[in-house]
Design a protein around this ligand. Sequence first.
Ligand SMILES: *[C@@H]1O[C@H](CO)[C@@H](O)[C@H](O)[C@H]1NC(C)=O
Ligand SMILES: *[C@@H]1O[C@H](CO)[C@@H](O)[C@H](O)[C@H]1NC(C)=O
Ligand SMILES: *[C@@H]1O[C@H](CO)[C@@H](O)[C@H](O)[C@H]1NC(C)=O
Length: 229
Amino acid sequence: MKGFLVLFSILALSSGIRGEEEVCGPTDQAAYRPCPTLSLPCVRNYLQLRSDCKPFNFNDDRDSFVSEPIELDAPAFNLSAIQTNVITKNLRQVNILEFTINPEKDLLVFAVEYLNLTLENHYHYSYYQPGEEPKHFKGVGHETYRDLNITTYVHGINNPAWEDAIHIHSLSEIDYTIERECLDNADGELDQVLAEIKTGILTVIQEVFLSRSGPIQEYIIKRNLCNYH
Ligand SMILES: *[C@@H]1O[C@H](CO)[C@@H](O)[C@H](O)[C@H]1NC(C)=O
Ligand SMILES: *[C@@H]1O[C@H](CO)[C@@H](O)[C@H](O)[C@H]1NC(C)=O
Ligand SMILES: *[C@@H]1O[C@H](CO)[C@@H](O)[C@H](O)[C@H]1NC(C)=O
């Protein structure tokens, strides 16, 4: 029993020390801007020298796109949805907010601001309640995001692993309409769900953008910086 206690305190001590080293290591200072003015041609050039990029087709429409269906989750509302994107537009109103590389962490950070980005979507919702089958209903949405920032984190500063990038958003105001389709089948419970979505719209948006930010940012990267895959 005594031996066990001694062993236990040694373990606690050594893990305490290791924890301290991890938290306080002097590793956070090395990020810098390879393009001090964040100009698009400079960022593009920097990435194209280091990535496997295909040429751009400059005749393409660059202000809008239609994405593949996206699975959205709004767990705070017992809700999931398949978003079928009709169109995402206003993609010319973008600013590069940041572009840094960190050789020590082998990490690239790229942030973009979107002004008045507009999405038109169809939604196939599933609503979940304990012990019951999900209820399904359809909706249609028209949404404009006044100010949306998406930050992308990519490992591999000399050969960016674009497919494994992580995209994080922050956003402010939204102008929107979301309505049920097929009102003939309207039932009170589902109208109530839609009313809750509207009341908590900013929470819903925060949740669903976890799945949405990626396709939006990928479009901007592939059309302006590096057309990977
Ligand atoms: C989600 O479902 C649970 C269980 O029925 C309920 O207590 C909760 O209020 C629901 N939340 C919303 C936003 O509908
Ligand atoms: C975004 O749209 C709103 C409403 O139409 C308009 O007032 C605002 O000027 C627009 N912002 C930009 C940057 O275009
Ligand atoms: C987006 O970034 C710009 C520039 O840093 C900032 O002014 C704006 O408040 C940010 N918007 C949001 C919603 O975070």
